[in-house]
Design a protein around this ligand. Structure first.
Ligand code: GSH
Length: 343
């Protein structure tokens, strides 16, 4: 009879906390981050637009901005992030072992990963799909023409299995050439040692824009052969931290939907719209329910801008990658990005 009693009293406590609007308990990951004064964020080793260092050694990119927004929300400073560069195979162990607090690294949400790694995907930050890239001079214009081709891929990714499935169902007899490291895969393809390259379409756009001598020499074929919903991951067993990261992503989306930007987030403090007030921190306190403060989301927006601003700056049509918003547009503009309400 002891167990039901404990469960009941826990429930009663939670109900009382909700009724009284008490702050949620912060959780052990957040306690660790606060004690250390730094968020440790796992990113990739260099996929420009997502995470890469600039000439001054500063990390930039869409995935990096998720780390920065989270640090701004929980520590009050988007610079208080230690970045750990991880290749595809290292990423999950780094999160499982506690070496990093957050994995923000073009990582696909799949059933296998969700159910077998002891990790959670929090929210989708980029809807992608796997594609192929070939030298323009090959005259290949469709993935269906790749019969018997050698294809450079990176180990430890969703790429190889998707490609095997696609090859089998289209009778293409593709031959994967597998590399552990990104530079090795890029180098091999650009040196002509594979006839094609396959990874997420966004990764191909990045490699073409940043690694190829002349981007126009490479064509990304139109077929998307898989669904690659990419998003930040956290360890299982810390629901509070899971909620924080999830709501930072949703908050950045909600900010875009309500027109809250890096430039106007402070001015909108005087807004009379309750939804805007919740976002900018001048109305109902949403932060305390996450174990944070009223300004959590305003600080994130001030640091990185809303999701649309993050997208445009890092990978959008004005950036070297020139990726269209497409599926990553807000649901209200024909895309898939839909945040549950900040309410
Ligand atoms: N989304 C896929 C692929 C992610 C991936 O690792 N892609 C490679 C090729 S673009 C990459 O980011 N490599 C960077 C690195 O190893 O640092 C996955 O989650 O498995």
């Amino acid at each position: 009879m002891k167990r039901p009693f404990i469960q009941l009293s826990t429930l009663a406590l939670a109900a009382a906390a909700t009724l009284l609007g008490l702050p949620a308990h912060a959780g052990k990951t957040l306690d660790g981050i606060k004690a250390r004064g730094q968020l440790v964020c796992g990113v990739n080793t260099g996929v420009a637009g997502f995470s890469a260092t600039d000439s001054k050694g500063k990390w930039t990119g869409l995935d990096v901005d998720i780390c920065r927004a989270t640090a701004a929300a929980v520590l009050g400073d988007s610079e208080k992030v230690k970045y750990v560069a991880l290749n595809a195979q290292q990423r999950f162990t780094a999160l499982q072992s506690g070496e990093i607090d957050l994995l923000s690294r073009n990582t696909t949400f799949t059933l296998t990963r969700d159910a077998s790694l002891g990790l959670h995907t929090t929210a989708v930050t980029y809807y992608d799909g796997q594609a192929f890239m070939v030298p323009a001079k090959s005259k290949i214009r469709s993935a269906k023409q790749l019969k018997g081709f050698t294809v450079c891929v990176q180990a430890g990714t969703t790429t190889e299995k998707n490609m095997t499935d696609y090859s089998r169902s289209n009778d293409l007899k593709l031959k994967p050439v597998v590399f552990d490291k990104l530079e090795a895969a890029n180098g091999a393809y650009l040196a002509g040692r594979c006839q094609a390259y396959s990874t997420d379409a966004s990764g191909l756009a990045s490699i073409r824009a940043k690694e190829a001598k002349n981007p126009a020499d490479h064509v990304i074929l139109p077929e998307l052969i898989s669904k690659e919903p990419l998003g930040p991951m956290v360890r299982r067993g810390d629901d509070e931290w899971f909620a924080i990261v999830k709501w930072v992503v949703y908050g950045l989306l909600e900010a875009e939907e309500y027109g809250v930007t890096q430039a106007n987030v402070d001015k909108l403090k005087t807004s009379t719209d309750p939804a805007v007030q919740r976002i900018v921190g001048s109305g109902e306190d949403m932060g305390k329910l996450l174990g944070l403060d009223r300004e959590w989301l305003a600080r994130a927006i001030r640091a990185t801008g809303n999701y649309g601003e993050i997208f445009e700056r890092n990978v959008g049509t004005g950036s070297p990658l020139k990726l269209p918003r497409g599926a990553n547009n807000l649901w209200s503009k024909g895309g898939l990005m839909y945040a549950p309400p900040i309410r």
